[in-house]
Structures are given as structure tokens and as C-alpha cells.
Design a protein around this ligand. Structure first.
Ligand code: AMP
Length: 281
């Protein structure tokens, strides 16, 4: 496994290796969710590239950029075990050198949910992903359903800007009690960790109602909110029952729905979601 820091090194290694390339963009502090993307990329491509970069432009001024957990040695060991070919761990100045002034803005689908709660977040995400696509030139790129709006934004950008890459979306990997794996779960104290599965329980309650025939979007939001309200440590930022493609809040959820939420527990801001109807195999 080659570990490099410069754009030139990625380009030269990538171009020297013929065959298809799969790319897995990450911010590191890897867990089984990330590794599920790596394994899928490994299975579907001749070569696998992984980026580890805590991208400052997708963090707001009062967010957790400095506190974001990092453990490069452990990450590299895990990626070596997965048979990854190339890892890019650039310093910030390699990605955003002095004088940098170009950003990618995806418009409508970034106005809701995480985009509304975190102004500028998706401008940072779209910009770094566009740069990663230009640097790695992958045939396929792998993203987690865990970040549902991110998937919608990236798919929109790829279509609008004609990036020659296939976006592969992988299911959310959960802990046994339902908590979606996240690098940010490390912020939780044991007591807060015990409270955190309430997000999954809220999603399951709305899913069960939907499966039993409930199609009123407002009612689905109420069901999620009611479950979240049972947990004193959870402070709900938003709950949503939205159109899975436009991300607009739905009154009528009969044509499918993206259930999602952002909840603060202690200093962790947790997000989770579920798509209905559940996607087939
Ligand atoms: P991050 O390092 O948080 O930027 O995540 C890198 C990629 O891993 C993104 O495409 C995430 O959606 C994906 N990911 C993060 N957590 C999970 C999870 N629990 N299950 C599946 N994919 C995940």
C-alpha cells in the first residue's frame, strides 16, 4: 500500500496502474462503516484509492474541526489489512494552497436539512469531492447512505458537471443496538452512548407506521419527534420526512420518503436516516 501526500504522487501512481479504480473519500478515524465502502470498492475494481482528509471548508466556524478525532497510524493499518493500493493523506496546504478561491455550489438540494443547519457545509463537501475526482480520476466512487443528503448532492454535481464517475451508495453500518457508526460517536460519554440508539428507535417507529400504511408526512415527523422526546439527554435539532430526490418536506409520503434527523447528545451532533420503501438487493 502506497501512502502519499501530494497531488503529483497520486496522479503518477494512479496513471501507472492500468485497470479500474475505486475511490473511497474519508475524513479518517475509520470504523466498520468506512471499511464496508472499502470492501465494496475492493470487490468491484482492480485498484482502490482512499483519501484521509479532515476537510476544513466543510466545517462551520463554531464546529468541531479542531476536535475531530484523528488516528492516522491506526487508519493505515486497517486499510493495509483491506488490501488498499493507494492512500492520500494531504496536508491542508496541498489541497487549499495560498490564493485558492474556487468552490462548487450545488443549489436547490443543499437548502434543506443539513444544508440549512450547517451553512456552507455542502459547498465544502462538493468542492473537496470535485477535487478528489479530478486528482484520482476514479471509475467508481463509494459513499455511505449514512450521509443521505451528501449522496444526493454528489449525484447532482456529477450529473450537472459531467464527471465520468459512477457513484455507488452503500448501506448504513450500525452497532448491534442500532446506533449508526460514526467517528463522532467517540464524543459520547458512556451515559450519552447508552442514550444514542434513540435515533434508530425513532426511525424504526416511523418506518413501522409507514409499513402499516401511514402516508402523512407530518404524522411521520410527529412519531419520530415523540420517540426522541422520551430521551432526556437528546436535544432534537430537526426531524424530516422528505422527498428522497428533491429533499423537500412531504405532506403525502405515498411515493417514498427519506426519514432523517439531527440530534444533539452532549457535545455530539448525531445524524441518521432511513429510506422508504427499503431499497431492494
Ligand atoms: P466521513 O469520514 O465521516 O466523511 O465518512 C466517509 C464516508 O463513509 C462517507 O461516504 C460516509 O457516508 C461513509 N460512512 C460513514 N459512516 C458510515 C456508516 N455508519 N455506514 C456506512 N457508511 C458510512
Amino acid at each position: 500500500m502506497k501512502v502519499v501526500t501530494t497531488v503529483a504522487e497520486v496522479r503518477s501512481y494512479r496513471n501507472a496502474a492500468a485497470g479500474t479504480w475505486g475511490l473511497v473519500p474519508t475524513m479518517g478515524y475509520l470504523h466498520e462503516g468506512h471499511l464496508s465502502l472499502v470492501r465494496r470498492a475492493r470487490a468491484e475494481n482492480d485498484h482502490v484509492g482512499v483519501s484521509i482528509f479532515v476537510n476544513p471548508t466543510q466545517f462551520g466556524p463554531h464546529e468541531d474541526l479542531e476536535a475531530y478525532p484523528r488516528d492516522l497510524e491506526r487508519d493505515l493499518k486497517l486499510l493495509r489489512q483491506e488490501g488498499v493500493d493507494l492512500v492520500w493523506t494531504p496536508p491542508v496546504e496541498e489541497v487549499y494552497p495560498p490564493g485558492y478561491q474556487t468552490y462548487v455550489t450545488v443549489e436547490q438540494v443543499t437548502r434543506y436539512l443539513e444544508g440549512a443547519a450547517r451553512p456552507g457545509h455542502f459547498r465544502g463537501v462538493a468542492t473537496i469531492v470535485a477535487k478528489l475526482f479530478n486528482v484520482f480520476q476514479p471509475d467508481r466512487a463509494y459513499f455511505g447512505q449514512k450521509d443521505a443528503q451528501q449522496v444526493v448532492v454528489i449525484q447532482r454535481m456529477v450529473e450537472d458537471l459531467n464527471f465520468p464517475v459512477e457513484i455507488v451508495v452503500c448501506p448504513t453500518v450500525r452497532e448491534p443496538d442500532g446506533l449508526a457508526m460514526s467517528s463522532r460517536n467517540t464524543y459520547l460519554t458512556p451515559e450519552q452512548r447508552a442514550a444514542a440508539p434513540v435515533l434508530y428507535r425513532a426511525l424504526c417507529a416511523a418506518r413501522d407506521a409507514w409499513l402499516a400504511g401511514e402516508r402523512d408526512g407530518e404524522r411521520l415527523r410527529q412519531i419520530m419527534r415523540a420517540v426522541l422526546d422520551t430521551e432526556p439527554l437528546a436535544e432534537t435539532e430537526y426531524v424530516s420526512a422528505a422527498d428522497p430526490w428533491t429533499l423537500e418536506e412531504l405532506g403525502d409520503a405515498s411515493r417514498g420518503v427519506l426519514l432523517s434527523m439531527a440530534v444533539r447528545i452532549g457535545r455530539a451532533r448525531l445524524i441518521d436516516n432511513m429510506r422508504l420503501p427499503p431499497e431492494g438487493p
